[in-house]
Write a protein that binds this ligand. Sequence first.
Ligand code: NOJ
Length: 562
Amino acid sequence: MSLTSDPNWWRQAVVYQIYPRSFADANGDGLGDLAGVTSRADYLADLGIDAVWLSPFYPSELADGGYDVADYRNVDPRLGTLADFDEMTSALHERGIRVIVDIVPNHTSRHHEWFRAALAAGPGSPERERYIFRDGRGPNGSEPPTDWRAMFGGSQWERVEDGQWYLHTFAPEQPDLNWANPEVREDFLRTLRFWADRGVDGYRVDVAHSLTKDLSEPLPSWEELEAMPWDGTHPIWDRDEVQEVYAEWRKVFNEYDPPRVAVAEAWVESERVPRYANEGSLGQAFNFDLLRANFDAGAFRRIIDHNLTLATRSGSSSTWVLSNHDVIRHATRYGLPDAVSDDRGGYIVNPGAEWVKSRGSEPQLDRERGLRRARAASLLLLALPGCAYLYEGEELGLHEVCEIDADERQDPTFFRSEGVDYGRDGCRVPLPWKSEGVSLGFGEAPAHLPQPEWFADFSVEREEAEEDSTLTLYRRALSARRAWQGAEELRWIETGCDDVLAFARPGGWVSVTNFSAVDVPVSELGEEVARALGRAHLASREMRPDVVAAETTVWCAPGEDS
Ligand code: NOJ
């Protein structure tokens, strides 16, 4: 299957996120690589996705899993070469799969040539102007310019040898760029073109709501900063003028045919999401609301309605996400009591944190229930109008790995908080392709993060052979979705039952989800749902003619009466 020339291909696409170091290891060094992705191109095609989004694969010291980029226009030698990238892109394109790369514009790695030059050139130099350097306070400037806290813990300022301090929103290895500097803006346009010229179809934009900052003196205290509204005027986050950057990017996207697409990772007030999603800006933005929600019919319905309204406002399609490389896998979140899986706030949302911190020793995780609910939620998500973002391994029903020793962990959030934060390694453990072998078919060497024994039960090999596996469910769902997909609309069907959500898509495809822990008789769900269930085609759990089973989604094929 080749790529279509449809400029709207992204609107209702299924995008599969690959965390390259943990997907497949072709050269046997324990780290996943681009050749590994190429070697699994048929698997991706069989899954039935429209695009892959690759988390960073650029040269990096891996201080933040690759989100510390030392060279934006190259491949980490441990992950391959530019030739490997081209080969991977061709293999995916030949199978009708688009390629989206991650752009990390808020900060570079401290090993980026610009940062090295900034250190060498000294205070007041144009090289320092590409970053945010300030003199310190107190005697000899030995105190940081402000008391601001970094996202990953500790001060937001790091001192360099000559006494100046630089700003880092995340880890000290990730110095923030100065987006007031035209040179920075120009260089990112080059990066966008570099990858577009190599055939890349789009970009995922990391912390898209940061970049431009107002650091005019006097700088506010942390307390003052925290109290400031995120209304476009906050000194750091979601400033109105960041849109000027994306207006420039948009011109670059539109130089290509079809135009390149982008999706913003912007954790902003939901009313402000459309600014990033409109067609003059990045064109699409993640909606992370489901990452913070319990498995609850009311919550799902509110989130769906709200995001469809926002999409109408921006003119973009809505996006839906249940898992990614920053949060606890949804099979696990849904297996924890609701009180545990509440949103604990913060930038990286990790409901279930307490459970992971206890290394899974607390008995409250119900694995089976978590997976049952995850399958129901995934099937519901895939029936929604808009673009679905899947995270590698969710199609296997993988749970979070909590049993990782401190000396095997990699995530800076763990180390910088001295273990108070549990880190994000548990969702980044390399995939099990086979049920046996040194790294369960991931590669020829032990995987860079340890795979627990139970991973073998979720291997691709095993699930391919099973009729009712999660992999089989995803494959069937993606194939039906492709066949039935219509306009980006949804009509709720009132079921008369608070725990059961049902909606119809244009063309008559109906999705019914029972969120409750008990089976609900079909006869209680009203005539329209009962009629649709007569055309039941696919379910996240066994299908029964008289009931919608507990914690189950059923898809009903388009039919005569729809
Ligand atoms: C968001 C990414 O998803 C996360 O993994 C990373 O740590 C931060 N941005 C900083 O780049």
